[in-house]
Design a protein around this ligand. Sequence first.
Ligand code: M6R
Length: 378
Amino acid sequence: EKQGFRHFMLKEIYEQPGVVRACLEAYLSSGWQSEAGTSPINLGLPSELFSEVQQIQIVACGTSWHAALVGKYLLEQLAGIPTNVHYASEFRYAPPPLTPNTLTIGISQSGETADTLAALTMEQQRRADKEPRWQARLLGITNRPESSLAQLVPHIIDTHGGIEIGVAATKSFVAQLMAFYCLTLDFAAHRQSLSTTEIEKMLGGLQQLPAQMELILESQERYIEELAHSYVDTTDFIFVGRGISFPIALEGALKLKEISYIHAEGYPSGELKHGPIALLDAKVPVVSIAIPGKVYEKALSNAQEAKARDSELIGVTQLNDEEAAEIFDKILPVPPVDELLSPILTVIPLQLLAYHIAARRGLDVDQPRNLAKSVTVE
Ligand code: M6R
């Protein structure tokens, strides 16, 4: 039931801190001794996987594909494993050439998405008669441990998101991100690509997330609801972010378009000037995610390019960031957080923005037109 919330989507947005707690509870081993080569994570994966895998390919659709892009960033930057992300619908008909010792991850909230299942089946079949190191190594990440995906692969990570009713994926996305943080830490610990101090720092940061998420929900929802009213008649939005924030820009745009039917596109901030900037004027707001870190200054200067075209600039930035306050017209702040963990926080204001614009437009937020919760046909 909706427990007093107007829509399931809003209830599910509010359930996200609890989902992160559940994931930490499920995946973190108690009593890790900070010893090099041992892992603080328990996903139940066989230890040879950590030594054998030389590359990873991930197949997914929609929001799960966005989670996979965050996963790629983490697996490459923290665990040092080359990782490619494919739309399952493309992969199944044009797979990349075979590479040995390759882990193929299928990620699907429902575990029933036809293209994702077909891509994994195809991968299994094309490697079936090969030597051991060329054989398929499959892993599923799903919110439904009883799903078809779970039956198809030898190992799954159960994302512990709980049942999600709103068609727009919210808490299941956050749960998928948690699975990737933990998978990456597991690889990084086994392969010692991060030091124990670095791992401890990440674990500490992960544990702070639920309280930080609660703070965003408590302090921001009213403001975002009000802000949303001014965009009821807006016809186009652009979302931008760099590095690990780029997939969050894509996710923010997808949330908005699927439930509010407003045209929205997500881009890496640096791509604005290679085309989309031609769309910008005072009628097209630009939402930019700019969290202090590796690409922060670059993200701010890209945002300024949009401002010069009269676009209204909405920034998802760190709380009390004075530099950002001078650039952005509106600010959706998140508590101070390591850039690497920021996606779990920065996605929340974007979910709320999409939700409140759609609700204000009087739309059927939980059951948007033309969409189904799981896409079981090709
Ligand atoms: O169940 P899946 O994660 O495989 O679903 C994939 C997409 O259909 C799904 O993520 C879709 O994009 C979301 N419902 C959008 O919010």
